[in-house]
Write a protein that binds this ligand. Structure first.
Ligand code: 4NP
Length: 170
């Protein structure tokens, strides 16, 4: 039986800019966990600082809206070592995000024992359809890229929710 501490109470979704993938992931995670009856703290952040204070990219907003997610009010921020104290699970959109987050987690671990810090994983870690694959960065591409992001995120969010619900039921 999985330990109860493997069920997160708080989740941080992280990409590079916090204006395309991770706010979309936040919108999808908020909606689908609510439908599943789960009460979780959910937020998103970027490893980069270029877009701090901005709302999501207008293309991300419009593709999200077309698919039933309103992310227009989200505001970009940068991830920090404190986030590893504030969140149980930190999900990286791609392998580079994961690498950058590991370095930030290492900074947090200088002051606090590592087992008190949030767990770091790839967004696709439990998703058999896209196992350990990146959520591709859509920023410099076209509309297809934004739709692909939504398709992959819906799949991976559902996979995480299945994992948590199965953990609860055992
Ligand atoms: P995101 O996309 O990481 O999915 O938010 C990007 C947004 C902005 C930039 C790169 C990726 N940028 O270089 O400004």
């Amino acid at each position: 039986m999985p330990k109860s501490d493997e069920i997160p109470k708080s989740i941080l979704l992280v990409c590079l800019g916090n204006i395309c993938r991770s706010p979309t992931a936040e919108g999808i995670m908020r909606q689908r966990t609510a439908i599943a009856g789960l009460t979780l703290k959910i937020d998103s952040a970027g490893t980069g600082d270029w877009h701090i204070g901005e709302h999501p990219d207008s293309r991300a907003q419009s593709h999200a809206k077309q698919n039933g997610y309103n992310i227009s009010k989200l505001v970009a921020r940068q991830v920090s070592p404190q986030d590893f104290l504030d969140f149980d699970l930190i999900l990286a959109m791609d392998a580079q995000n994961l690498k950058d987050l590991q370095a930030i987690r290492d900074v947090a671990a200088q002051n606090v024992s590592s087992d008190k810090l949030g767990r770091l994983a790839l967004m696709s870690e439990v998703d058999i359809s896209y196992l350990n694959q990146d959520v591709p960065d859509p920023y410099n591409g076209g509309a297809d890229g934004f739709e692909e992001v939504i398709k992959r995120l819906e799949s991976s969010v559902d996979a995480w929710i299945d994992t948590w619900i199965n953990t609860w039921q055992h």
